[in-house]
Design a binder for this molecule. Structure first.
Ligand code: SAM
Ligand code: SF4
Ligand code: SF4
Length: 338
């Protein structure tokens, strides 16, 4: 009932909520948390700063009442947080939430896949940028072997979870892995999604020359087999999807740099310390945690979210230049939750 009333008042679609549940990570990917910056002295959030599970659930209930149908847990590395299956189980009971998913580097997935599935998790997106151990280590900034991720993928599939693999491509670093990764995923029947390297945050040294465009990626993947386009499933879907002709295996391209999609962006983000962001490239967020801890009513929280969302005018990817990439105080990906 509440859902219907409030939905009627929202003029901009808000369908997806990404919740970062942990700002720490066991990797130091060069494009996200470069080891030179996120070194041993880096100060992460304290337990007190993180939203508690109760606060996350209460927030998610209000977003659901405003029309959010999908929740994705992310980070940092979400599986570094304790008891994630419990959180998933609670989120699954919220009226209006149709889908709970998780994005992970999969190192801790082997142990947790079954309990996550049993808790009601539908799908995982696993980040894997290379199969070659050296290239993988250069991208991930750690000595971990890609096998740890591959085992996580197998465990997730065996547990019954839907699995997609995300690969960020950096020119001159892992672009030689595009075809091996595409072959591997095709043979396993897993959707691989190539993500153009983005200028999120201020620490990853992004330059346009390091971006491998969707067009270049498409041409490379087409060497394996012909591709045919697949219709979008829903408004706001970010990947352009293709299928290998003669199979039902898909491949996707998330072209946030060369073919922007701000006009159909329906996604809000909640950082691990409870700041609401209306764009991945925002310079600041809105402090939902303060509100939750002030003891306001659910209805006041919904009014507040609605006010933030209705004022939204984000379209950073349409405005991006080398200048904006360098000179804006953009929040880090590991903080905002990818
Ligand atoms: N640690 C988890 C993981 O890596 O899957 C979840 C958080 S991570 C920030 C979420 C996603 O953001 C990953 O798929 C990662 O590849 C992507 N990502 C991070 N930095 C990026 C960048 N600069 N450009 C494009 N994608 C990026
Ligand atoms: Fe960690 Fe994910 Fe960022 Fe890599 S992309 S550093 S795994 S949060
Ligand atoms: Fe959405 Fe901002 Fe990305 Fe545009 S740049 S698609 S508004 S998150």
């Amino acid at each position: 009932m509440i859902r219907q009333e409030v939905n009627d008042q929202l003029s901009r679609p808000l369908q997806d909520l990404r919740i970062s549940i942990m700002d720490r990570c066991n990797f130091r990917c060069s494009y996200c948390m470069p080891a030179e910056i996120f070194g041993p002295d880096h100060v992460f959030m304290s337990e007190e700063e993180l939203l508690s599970f109760d606060e996350i659930i209460r927030s998610a209930e209000q977003f659901a009442a405003l029309g959010v149908k999908k929740i994705r847990l992310t980070g940092g590395e979400p599986l570094l947080r304790k008891d994630v299956p419990e959180l998933v189980a609670s989120l699954r009971t919220i009226e209006g939430i149709e889908d709970v998913a998780l994005t992970t580097n999969a190192v801790l997935l082997t142990k947790q896949a079954k309990s996550l599935y049993d808790a009601g998790l539908e799908r995982v997106n696993v980040s894997l940028d290379a199969l070659d151990p050296e290239v993988f280590q250069t991208m991930s900034g750690r000595k971990t072997k890609p096998d740890a991720v591959l085992h996580g993928i197998d465990a997730a599939t065996d547990a019954g979870l839907g699995v997609k693999v995300n690969m960020v491509v950096k020119k001159g670093v892992n672009d030689g892995e595009v075809i091996p990764m595409a072959r591997y995923c095709k043979q396993k029947g897993i959707t691989l999604r190539f993500i153009e390297f983005m200028d999120v945050g201020q620490t990853n040294g992004w330059e346009f020359s390091q971006v491998v465009s969707k067009k270049e990626l498409y041409e490379q993947v087409s060497q394996i087999a012909l591709l045919e386009p697949v219709e979008r499933d829903y408004f706001g879907e970010v990947a352009s999807r293709y299928r290998y002709v003669g199979s039902d295996v898909e491949v996707g391209f998330i072209s946030s740099v060369t073919e922007t999609f701000c006009g159909s962006c329906t996604r809000a983000r909640l950082s691990a310390d409870g700041k609401l962001f209306t764009c991945l490239f925002s310079e600041s967020g809105f402090d939902l945690r303060a509100l939750l801890r002030e003891g306001v009513t659910d209805s006041q929280i919904r009014d507040w979210i609605r006010a933030v969302w209705e004022k939204r005018e984000d379209r950073y990817s349409e405005l991006r230049t080398e200048e904006t990439a360098k000179n804006r105080n953009k929040i880090e990906m590991s903080y905002i939750g990818g």
